[in-house]
Design a protein around this ligand. Structure first.
Ligand code: XMP
Length: 329
């Protein structure tokens, strides 16, 4: 793609003229497409004066940390520090049921962990890093400042979306936003030129607060997170095996704080209920539920009930957005 090749070269020139030869750059990787492509691009321009951090907040999906770290290290050779802060996040989330409070706590803890990483880096380098890379896209720019009269609604007023973009403003870091003029499909093309694996570029979006908005209520209760990871993995892997992954915008499981009566063998059970949600969408602002074949659903549900301890009932969410939102919280 010659156009994206041009964009790439232009961006590398811009970064090199901006970042001095002794300057250092910091970047928080979320495991998503945007921050990964942005970091890979900056790394190509300035090499190991880029310092990335990936935070395990204890709210990641099944084997997520291992999977993204392997892409960062083996495929992209990015300099990444992985910080396991799961205990810190989960301790702070204990007993918290309100979705917006959960988002706030996660945002706050993320900043605390990032701050500590930046300070550690400062003492290692003997100077502060000057720049921060962010994977801001063009639609994010428009959405946070919609042109007057555009009629564009502002989804942030419905949910205070936390993602790794939400970093402290008082850190005095100058911003590098190499994707600021691009749309998502262009970022994917750019990523492909930068050798980001195709499977990674096609990943479904994943919310910044992670599984915290998919375990309804207190995320630390019982075995909820681990149970949700297993259910989610069976569902998403089933979708991949059926060749449906690229037709779906997002697919995930939700853990409900509800128990129902069931029967297994000749034993009465009183176990948890989970919901499955798969949607198609253009931009996440509106969405339709995805229509699965009967056979696919039968298979997935029996796999879940036979393999995941503590789950005896599976529901399918067939609500579009609006009136529902994509996530349940
Ligand atoms: P909703 O639930 O608002 O979701 O219809 C629209 C899209 O945004 C994602 N989402 C989030 N992303 N931080 C994020 O980075 C959040 O707090 C958050 N909440 C929802 C959701 O997964 C969907 O793609």
């Amino acid at each position: 793609d010659w156009k994206m090749q041009d964009v790439l070269e232009e961006e590398i020139r811009t970064i090199n003229s901006m970042v001095g030869p002794n300057d250092h750059v910091i970047c928080a990787l979320s495991g998503g497409v945007d921050s990964t492509v942005a970091a890979t691009l900056v790394h190509k321009a300035i090499g190991d004066r880029l310092h990335c951090v990936f935070v395990d907040n204890g709210l990641l999906r099944y084997k997520e940390r291992e999977r993204v770290m392997s892409t960062f290290e083996s495929d992209l050779h990015l300099p990444v520090t992985c910080i396991d802060a799961s205990e810190q996040f989960l301790t702070n989330l204990k007993g918290v049921k309100d979705p917006e409070t959960k988002r706030k706590i996660i945002g706050r803890e993320f900043i605390a962990v990032f701050d500590e990483f930046a300070q550690g880096l400062e003492s290692k380098l003997g100077k502060r890093p000057e720049y921060l890379v962010q994977g801001t896209l063009y639609p994010d720019v428009i959405e946070s400042c919609p042109p007057p009269g555009s009629g564009r609604s502002h989804s942030h007023t419905i949910k205070s979306h936390h993602n790794v973009g939400g970093l402290p403003k008082d850190m005095k870091l100058k911003l590098i936003e190499p994707l600021k003029l691009l749309f998502k499909d262009e970022v994917r093309k750019l990523g492909s030129i930068l050798n980001v694996p195709e499977s990674f570029l096609k990943r479904h979006p994943f919310p910044g607060p992670g599984l915290a908005v998919r375990v309804l209520g207190d995320v630390t209760e019982g075995n909820a997170l681990e149970t949700l990871r297993q259910v989610d993995e069976i569902f998403v892997q089933g979708i991949k095996d059926a060749g449906l992954y690229d037709k779906i915008w997002q697919a995930f499981a939700v853990f409900l704080p509800v128990q129902s009566v069931g029967v297994q063998g000749d034993q009465r059970t009183h176990s948890h209920v989970v919901a499955l949600r798969a949607i198609t969408s253009e931009d996440g602002m509106t969405a339709d539920w995805y229509y699965f074949e009967h056979k696919f659903l039968v298979n997935v549900v029996s796999k879940i009930c036979n393999n995941v301890r503590g789950v005896n009932r599976v529901c399918l969410d067939i609500t579009s957005k609006p009136p529902a939102t994509v996530e349940w919280e």
